[in-house]
Design a protein around this ligand. Structure first.
Ligand SMILES: Cc1cc2nc3c(=O)[nH]c(=O)nc-3n(C[C@H](O)[C@H](O)[C@H](O)COP(=O)(O)OP(=O)(O)OC[C@H]3O[C@@H](n4cnc5c(N)ncnc54)[C@H](O)[C@@H]3O)c2cc1C
Length: 390
């Protein structure tokens, strides 16, 4: 039997997070907007730390982290539900106790130095594969790591690295064997900032931009190779694929909240003596947004479900990311339109979402890369049309 209902446990978790967002995060929104209008990004780190500790006190800590490390080790579907609730606010909040999935490849010494302090929040990581000449085409990276005795020497530049302005270590993918390339010639390194890399903020459309990282002969001890020499491309793909249902889940929350704002506006804003929602033009924008939101919801939950079934999530995650990211962009555009001039101001969060959601169609694989994956799977027969019901 097909069952689209959530379990009691899933509902309880979702409702707890929804309450947390309503009580703790939504009241902070006007202040975040005010600060951003004054050129200050978000809050001081202490505010997020306190919020994370509050969430920890009622159990929300390390959603994806194994229980042996103090985390919740939640199924992907539950994580998608939680992420979607967090997406209902533009405040960039995430529960604490998390580490990049590939850091679980740390050996024992690396775990003490990198994994555990990242989970506890004492250290901050960033993940760096993109370069000025290699984004979608990850195989084209040219940053090199050359062995010199007990060390590797890294030279090159990484760009658009999320968290790269604050991270105290970077997980860097570099070429260690040019001949082999992505086929065993890339390696992942754990590189502390104080080993000598520099970061430079990149101003973007969104708030709190990424960084460019420069490695000018940075010397890294050989013991800081993550996984094995030659495993870098495999680890990078693992990092990119793991969370591909997370971006669409966040998009769902934003779209939900935006449609709710549209409903209020449609029923309260009067023109020509009646609410604007009396006009079919407005009703159809609301209807189309609702239909697309629901379509995106089931694609996203299915992608997360595939992860939980331990099946290869690539195809379903690509569909979910492509559709939900575009859906959220269409919804925010309509909701801005429904708000007229006020939608365009920085008094309301709509223009902020308009700018932020645009990124969802670019990072962790552009729309075009998702289409490439989906069509390649079908054309090469890795996947049959309609196979999702098999
Ligand atoms: C805010 C932000 C945060 C990011 N965070 C990180 C991070 O933490 N770590 C990290 O390593 N990277 C990060 N990235 C990089 C991001 O993943 C890349 O920007 C993205 O993969 C696209 O690469 P590109 O920008 O080089 O575009 P390009 O690869 O140059 O692509 C340009 C355009 O051409 C299209 N295109 C390219 N090839 C094809 C093709 N074969 N067929 C059809 N169309 C094609 C693309 O879809 C795109 O529309 C971030 C980027 C941004 C903007």
């Amino acid at each position: 039997m097909l069952n689209f209902a959530l379990s009691d446990e899933q509902k309880a978790i979702r409702d707890t997070v929804r309450d947390f967002v309503r009580k703790e995060l939504l009241p902070l929104e006007p202040e975040v907007l005010r600060r951003e209008r004054a050129g200050q990004v978000g809050f001081e780190p202490g505010v997020y730390r306190d919020l994370r500790l509050k969430a920890k006190s009622f159990g929300f800590w390390g959603l994806s982290t194994p229980e042996s490390y103090g985390g919740m080790d939640l199924p992907a579907v539950t994580q998608a539900l939680i992420t979607s609730e967090l997406g209902r606010t533009f405040i960039p909040f995430a529960f604490g106790g998390e580490a990049d999935n590939i850091l679980y490849n740390c050996d024992e010494r690396q775990a003490q130095e990198y994994l555990l302090p990242t989970i506890s929040g004492e250290r901050k990581s960033c993940f760096a594969i993109t370069e000025p000449g290699a984004g979608s085409d990850t195989r084209a990276i040219t940053t090199t790591a050359t062995r010199d005795g007990d060390e590797w020497v890294i030279r090159g530049e990484k760009v658009f690295i999320t968290g790269g302005n604050d991270a105290d270590f970077a997980i860097v993918i570099a070429v260690t064997d040019k001949e082999k390339g992505s086929n065993g010639g890339f390696t992942a390194f754990l590189v502390d900032r104080d080993m000598g890399w520099k970061s430079e903020p990149i101003a973007t459309m969104g708030e709190g931009g990424p960084a460019a990282l420069v490695f000018d002969g940075v010397r890294v001890p050989a013991r800081n190779v993550l996984g094995g020499v030659g495993d870098g491309y495999k680890l990078a793909m693992e990092w990119i694929l793991k969370g591909r249902y997370i971006i669409p889940a966040r998009a769902l929350g934003a779209a939900e909240r935006l449609i709710e704002m549209a409903l209020v506006q449609a029923t309260t804003r009067q023109t020509f003596g009646r609410p604007i929602g009396d006009n079919q033009a407005i009703q159809w924008m609301i209807a189309d947004s609702e239909v697309e939101l629901e379509a995106a919801r089931w694609l996203t939950l299915r992608a997360a479900w595939v992860v939980d079934q331990m099946q290869n999530p690539q195809h379903d995650s690509a569909i979910a990311k492509l559709y939900a990211s575009a859906m959220a962009n269409r919804v925010v555009d309509r909701v801005l339109q429904i708000h007229g001039g006020m939608g365009y101001t920085r008094e309301l969060p709509i223009e902020r979402w308009y700018r932020e959601l645009r990124l969802y169609r670019i990072f962790e694989g552009t729309d075009e890369m998702q289409r490439l994956i989906i069509s390649r799977d079908l054309l090469r027969g890795y996947r049959k049309v309609g196979q999702s019901l098999a």
